[in-house]
Write a protein that binds this ligand. Structure first.
Ligand code: 9MR
Length: 332
């Protein structure tokens, strides 16, 4: 049988290729990850609730295991994520009597968390998603409601970047969000980052999550978004790429295998988005998939329960799909 080329090796002159990992798939998908990816992101193990479940209690075992894997196998590590409204334990925002902490107290807790985590992995993590998903996507407001915003105010974002930069001046610091190609949200992200740059805040990149599906967003919308982000003069990372085989409002749960049409469309979409990424390889410096293979995708049974999905390049058996061949063949 013909040997499969490595995805990461094929792209080594353009950008690094990543996958999110967890302590389970580092065992079950070990060879696949080692062969095809040269960058990894912890799927959950470096989030606030994983690292810092109680005040004064840090639990680093799982994150350390991921770092060790990266060291042993020469992988880059993207840090994910320092400040987020999700997967952050309640204690962070509350006093013993249940009331919110003060602005000063929350800033102190944020600083303690960021400093401890970023310093611990200083030698190993080349970039951090410092603030994740802070933009509001339903109304006209710029920032989504969260305890971070309510207690500290909008400058919680700049403070997070400043603390992260103090803890590791070498690390590249990213603002990371989803829905990045929709014009309204895109413009809000651009506004937020433009303001940070104008204030001299140490921000070095924009993370475009790119949780897409086989029907959209369309290529011209993605191109327009990349153009606008590139104009900010920062690096772009594609941080959580996947391509659901269902449109947004499709609720069907009957499929046990993807249809041929789905796999063809998936291949076509991956082919065209990677064509675009290659065109912008001077600003796009990392492309990370949100999972090494279909069976490890967060989209299994989410957001529709008991529904299978096939959003990645490798299938349940960890075999390459048509989409894989479409993006690895560009040199020909
Ligand atoms: O893939 C992650 C899943 O295992 C978790 O249950 C979920 C909890 O919020 O987070 C998933 O990863 C998210 C990432 O950290 C931020 N962007 C959206 C991702 C998918 O929900």
């Amino acid at each position: 049988m013909q040997q499969l080329n490595s995805l990461a090796t094929s792209y080594q002159d353009l950008f690094s290729i990543g996958t999110c990992v967890n302590t389970q798939n580092l065992r079950t998908h070990r060879e696949l990850i080692i062969k095809h990816f040269n960058s990894i992101t912890a799927e959950n193990e470096m989030k606030f609730e994983s690292l810092h479940p109680e005040e004064g209690v840090y639990t680093f075992e799982a994150a350390d295991q991921i770092i060790q894997f990266a060291e042993d196998n020469y992988k880059l590590v993207r840090g994910h994520t320092l400040v987020w409204h999700n997967q952050t334990p309640k204690w962070v925002f509350h006093q013993a009597n249940g009331q919110y902490v003060t602005r000063e107290q929350l800033l102190e807790r944020m600083k303690d968390h960021i400093t401890t985590v970023v310093k611990r992995y200083r030698e190993h993590i080349f970039c951090w998603d410092v603030v994740n998903e802070a933009i509001e996507d339903k109304t006209d407001k710029l920032l989504r409601t969260s305890p971070w915003l309510e207690i500290i105010g909008p400058d919680f974002i700049e403070k997070a970047f400043i603390y992260a930069h103090e803890a590791d001046p070498q690390a590249l610091l990213f603002y990371n969000d989803y829905g990045e190609s929709a014009p309204q949200k895109r413009d809000k992200i651009v506004q937020l980052v433009t303001d940070l740059i104008a204030k001299g805040i140490p921000v070095h990149g924009i993370g475009l999550q790119c949780h897409w599906n086989i029907y959209g967003p369309n290529i011209s919308q993605i191109r327009e978004a990349i153009e606008k982000y590139a104009a900010l003069g920062l690096q772009i990372h594609i941080t959580e790429l996947d391509m659901s085989v269902y449109s947004h409002d499709d609720q069907r749960t009957d499929l046990t295998e993807p249809t041929t049409e789905m796999l063809d469309l998936l291949a076509e979409r991956y082919e065209s988005v990677f064509g675009l990424f290659r065109e912008y390889a001077d600003v796009i410096t990392n492309v990370t998939f949100w999972g090494p293979a279909d069976d490890q995708s967060w989209l299994q049974s989410f957001p529709v329960r008991s529904r299978k999905n096939w959003p990645l390049l490798f299938d349940y058996e960890q075999k390459p799909k048509k989409a894989f061949y479409k993006i690895i063949d560009f040199a020909k």
